[in-house]
Unconditional design. Sequence first.
Lengths: 181, 150
Amino acid sequence: MTAVLRDLPFLEVADEVSVGRERVPLKAYQIIVWVSLSPSEVLELPPRAQCFPTILDTGHGHRFSIQDRQLTQWAGLDLRGLPARDRLRNGGRHVPVHTANLWLHANVRGKRDDLSDSPPCLVRLDRGIAVYPGQDGYPRLPLVGLGTLVRNGLYLSLDPKRCVVNRRTQDRKTKLLHWLR
Amino acid sequence: MIELTREQREALRAEKPPAVLDPGSQQTYILVRREDYERLEHLLKPDNEATAGIAPGILRSQQAFWGDLPELLAQNKLRGEWVCYYGDDRVGIGSYEGLIRECVRRGLRRDEYDLFIIEPHARPPWEPEEIDGGGHEVDDERSFDRLSHA
């Protein structure tokens, strides 16, 4: 088992998060996870790859959504290097879906914005990433959907008393219990 | 528009699906009702609105995967595995990373191949999926209360 998020805190009040020189407001109860993106043929994330905050949004119907501006400025990627593979419809509008790999950064236990030195975890995106035109301002922060966790066999647990979440890969006990069912 | 004679109409009723032969070119045509054609039209035109913007090599790979999917699903041991197509050619079945490495080793460009999980799919990969975007935000507890009691 590999713990990816360790006692990652979320707040019950509004807050903000810094991305480069930008300070982005956060609403209460938003779970922030730090990620990187790469072209899908990149299987080892370069050490200098840019990382940025996203909202873990279990109500989001796609795997990963981001504004084109955020893709360029926050992820440091050129859309021309990510071929289009699909489109989706959100509220009647078509949004292009591009190939990419998502990398999840482990946090320092108990710290939301301090990242651990351990290598980031590759998250395979079977449906690619939706890239929204920036003029609409949606999504305000990139969104990671529940399907991404499910498709990558990641376990998520939430401790409401301490307001923390933990995410990990499958451990031996879980494998055994799954096999016995 | 070509109008059918009574004899032709009766001949067509007897055959399902109705076929018409052009004796000059020996070309056979299958007749379908307009409503049926309009339902199928998007499948016949790979460059229609549904597929606009998709890299042609990726689209061909998706169509090949879609054609093979019933055969792949018939083999239970393959379910949950990744499969990669380079146009009509199946690169392989295995892990995501292994298949990507194989494509890189072959010198394939990323817009020429695509990868899929072998599992039942509700629709072809190139057809747009309708999603709920989520990300519904409220400013604070008081505004949440206002929404709840509206």
